[in-house]
Design a protein around this ligand. Sequence first.
Ligand code: XBP
Ligand code: MG
Length: 253
Amino acid sequence: MSELVGLLFDVDGTLADTERDGHRVAFNRAFAEAGLDWEWSVDLYGQLLAVTGGKERIGYFLDRFATRFQPPADRDGFIAGLHKAKTRIYTDMLARGLIPLRPGVARLLREAREAGLRLAIATTTTPENVTALLRHALHPEAVSWFEVIAAGDIVPAKKPAPDIYLWAMERMGLAPAQCIAFEDSHNGIRSSLGAGLRTIVSVSSYTQAEDFAGAALVLDHWGEPGEPFQVLSGDAGNSRWLDLDRVRRLHAA
Ligand code: XBP
Ligand code: MG
C-alpha cells in the first residue's frame, strides 16, 4: 500500500448533519416563496434522499410524488429557479451559524493540515454550500485548507457514480491507493468504493440503517476526547476518537 497523502471528504452528513434541519428546510422555504404548497416532511425527505443533487431531487419529486402537478414548459429552468432560491436560503442559514460541524470534524481536519496531508472535498452539493459551511462552521479561511473542492455539477454523473472522486484525484495528481475517503451514506460509499478508495463511514441521521459493506470502518461519529465514538462495524483498535494515527492504520490495513 502507498503512503497516505490525500484525505477526501464528503460534506452533507459527513462534515455536518445538514439534511433534515438544513437542506430540507431550505427546500420547503423555497417552495413557499414560489407559491407552491409542497412540504417535504422528515419522512418524505428520507425517501427523496435516494437521489443525490438538489435539482435532481426536485425532478424525482415531480416524477414520483407530485404526479398531478403540471410543471411549466421549461421544466429544467423551473427546477433551476427553485434550486437557486433554495441555495440562497440554505447559505443564509449557514451564515447565521445554524448548522454546526459534527463531533471530531474540526479536530481531525486541523490535525491533518498540521501533518501536511492534502485535503479535498468530493460532494454532490452546490459549491456555494461548501464554502459557506467551511467559512462559517470551521474557520473564516478554511476554504484555502482544501486543495480541491469538487462539488455540484462539476461532473454530470453525481454520486453514486465514482466520477466526483475520480475528478478530485485527477486534479490532485493522486492515485486511489494514496488517498482515503470519508462518507456517511450508501450512495456516498458506492461512489468512493467505485473510485477505488478505502472509506471510513460516520453514519448520519438519515443513513443509520444503510448498507456499508466494503467500508474500512463504520462509526456513529468521529468522536472527541470526552465524546467517544461507537464502532458499528470494523476494527478501531483501542481508539476512542478518530485521529490521524487511526486513519493511517486503516489506510494501510
Ligand atoms: C448530498 C446531496 C445534495 C444535498 C443538497 O449528497 O445529495 O444534493 O442534499 O445539496 P452527498 P444541493 O453527501 O452524498 O454528496 O441542493 O446543493 O444539491
Ligand atoms: Mg453525504
